[in-house]
Design a protein around this ligand. Structure first.
Ligand code: PMP
Length: 415
């Protein structure tokens, strides 16, 4: 039986396995409130190589510079192997933190010291550490609607009450944002201003300013997840929240989409008082991020033209996205709408009213196409007529065939 994916809600429909296990073990209450990763469950189904998958969120593997990373790995092990394989500091390798701080200055004119950067095991861990140091059970966490599934999952471990804030094409709905923050009782606003996952929406510059003005003077901390900031197709980004609210923003970043997700390298950039707590939480959690991985990344970055590499990624993703949108324009039945993102890896589809994304998911799977129903991105039970499509991990031929099949499936459900 399907599980209820709404975090923060107690009426969870248990699977048989879950019920059986719960008879034997008394797990912590937080686990019953934490949604399983729907994506992982789906990816299991889609492992079959015959399936065209738009369901996951994998970067294009052809764009991982295996050769350069292999050379950097060999050089680190040859030149400094004993140190690189030792324990290291919780904060992370200083030259890598310096690289990140310098890049913030160059790209976004942000003045950040390496001391304000902590290297994490991917930005997913940044979110976990943020939850750990800030969220007590019952605390209020405002989150975009739809919101990033991984954030919903990790914050759920700390048992907050989620306040969904509707996303509009230009960013959070201002009225909903103001209403959520009224009374100054919200601990965190979590948002992804650049090419949001799952909707692909990029907040306008105006909306960033408006949101920052509302946040200013409150005790709410803006958690700004910038996993896709480097993947804006135009090559430039609007100012981050961190620029408007430097002492009130925690900014997270990741090497997953620009180097390789398997290296598990991300970071969190936070004001000094927050950083102190994050370092304690990080130390308690895993002592430090994989040091060898940090050293390899740092070596690779010192020898490569990262800007050129990122330009290649952007150009490839733009082409993949254009291909998917052209296929949808040609094939999708009347009444289906979708976003046309300025970057990132996802297109967000809204089905005609009454058309269930779970039905489309099952029908499409029979046609060897995997899509992701939008339901797990909603903390309040919405999204039953939405789908997230990933375009970065399929070739043009697969995109065209996959969209043709998906369109046929949708047509057969609405006609
Ligand atoms: N934030 C967002 C918005 C994401 O889409 C992802 C990856 N899907 C992450 C964080 C986590 O990425 P990583 O841990 O690989 O840095």
């Amino acid at each position: 039986m399907e599980r209820d994916f709404m975090a923060g809600k107690q009426e969870v429909v248990h699977t048989q396995d879950h019920e059986t296990l719960c008879c034997h073990y008394s797990f912590a209450r937080r686990m019953s409130r934490t949604p399983k990763s729907f994506i992982r469950e789906i990816l299991k189904v889609t492992e079959n190589p015959g399936i065209i998958s738009f369901a996951g969120g994998l970067p294009n593997p052809d764009l991982i510079e295996v050769g350069g990373i292999a050379e950097a790995a060999a050089a680190v092990l040859r030149d400094d192997g004993r140190t690189a394989l030792q324990y290291s500091t919780t904060e992370g390798y200083l030259p890598l933190r310096r690289f990140i701080a310098d890049r913030y200055k160059k790209r976004l004119d942000l003045d950040v010291s390496p001391d304000e950067i902590l290297i994490t095991s991917g930005s997913q861990q940044s979110l976990d550490l943020i939850g750990k140091i800030l969220i007590d059970p019952g605390d209020r966490v405002a989150i975009e609607r739809p919101g990033y599934l991984g954030a919903i999952q990790v914050f759920s471990l700390y048992e907050p009450v989620f306040l969904p804030v509707e996303l509009r094409p230009e960013g959070p709905d201002l009225f909903a944002f103001k209403t959520a923050l009224e009374g100054d009782t919200v601990k965190i606003f979590y948002g992804i201003p650049n090419s949001q996952n799952p909707s692909g929406i990029t907040y306008s510059e105006e909306r960033r300013k408006e949101c920052a003005e509302i946040l200013s003077g409150t005790r709410t901390i803006a958690v700004e997840d910038d996993a896709y900031g480097e993947l804006q197709f135009s090559g430039s980004s609007y100012p981050p929240f961190k620029k408007y609210l430097p002492d009130q923003t925690i900014l997270t970043g990741s090497f997953s989409k620009i180097l390789a997700p398997g290296m598990r390298l991300g970071w969190v950039c936070a004001p000094p008082a927050v950083m102190e707590q994050l370092v304690v939480a990080k130390q308690a959690s895993d002592l430090h991020t994989n040091y060898l991985s940090q050293r390899i990344a740092s070596r690779y970055l010192s020898e490569t033209d990262l800007d050129a590499h990122i330009r290649t990624i952007r150009a490839a993703y733009k082409e993949q996205q254009n291909c998917m949108i052209a296929a949808m324009e040609a094939e999708m039945p009347e009444g289906v709408t979708w976003t046309n993102p300025e970057g990132g890896m996802f297109i967000w589809v809204t089905l005609p009213a009454g058309c269930s994304s779970m039905d489309i998911f099952s029908d499409a799977l029979k046609e060897q196409v995997a899509v992701l129903p939008g339901i797990p991105f909603y903390v309040d039970g919405g999204g039953k007529d939405t789908l997230r499509l990933n375009f970065s991990n399929a070739h043009a031929g697969q995109i065209i065939v996959g969209i043709r099949r998906l369109s046929r499936v949708i047509r057969s459900r609405i006609e």
